[in-house]
Design a protein around this ligand. Structure first.
Ligand code: HEC
Length: 123
């Protein structure tokens, strides 16, 4: 009996602690690691677009259906008509972006949303 019980208890402890770890990770990612306090166009938003979007939507790229997201003025058009945020939220009201790729991670989307909510300034 004892021989079976000890590994069982160890396994149970491992399972419980791994569940706890997952939860802590989730909370950490959502509340602590995502800093949306100082999101600027030049330092945060433009680099996100350059990395994830401008392979298709850059001025010299021919794959973005004429939608240019590598400068503020042109990006602002798609901010104001809500197409950009709807496309990355993948909420069914615009084409899902990035096209052919996965959804941007939650923190990246929150950063862009925070910038938009503060007026989408050219800062
Ligand atoms: C692989 C190429 C590709 C990538 C990467 C890509 N797009 Fe697009 N995007 C397109 C094409 C093609 C269209 C137009 C056709 C369509 O709607 O599918 C488009 C359309 C759009 C539209 C208009 C959607 C609508 O319904 O009016 C927006 C806004 C947009 N993209 C934003 C983005 C953003 C933001 C990213 C990065 C997070 C991104 N795209 C990444 C190719 C791309």
């Amino acid at each position: 009996m004892k021989k079976i019980a000890i590994p069982f208890v160890v396994l149970l402890m491992f399972l419980i602690s791994s569940c706890y770890y997952d939860k802590a990770e989730l909370i950490y990612n959502q509340n602590v690691a995502c800093d949306t306090s100082n999101v600027k166009y030049s330092t945060v938003v433009a680099p996100i677009l350059n990395t994830n979007c401008n392979g298709c939507h850059g001025g010299n790229a021919a794959m973005g259906a004429g939608i240019i997201l590598d400068n503020y003025a042109s990006t602002k058009v798609y901010i104001d008509n809500r197409r950009l945020i709807n496309s990355i939220l993948q909420n069914g009201t615009a084409s899902n972006m990035p096209k052919g790729g996965g959804k941007l991670d939650a923190c990246t989307i929150r950063k862009i949303n925070s910038w938009i909510n503060k007026g989408a300034l050219n800062n």
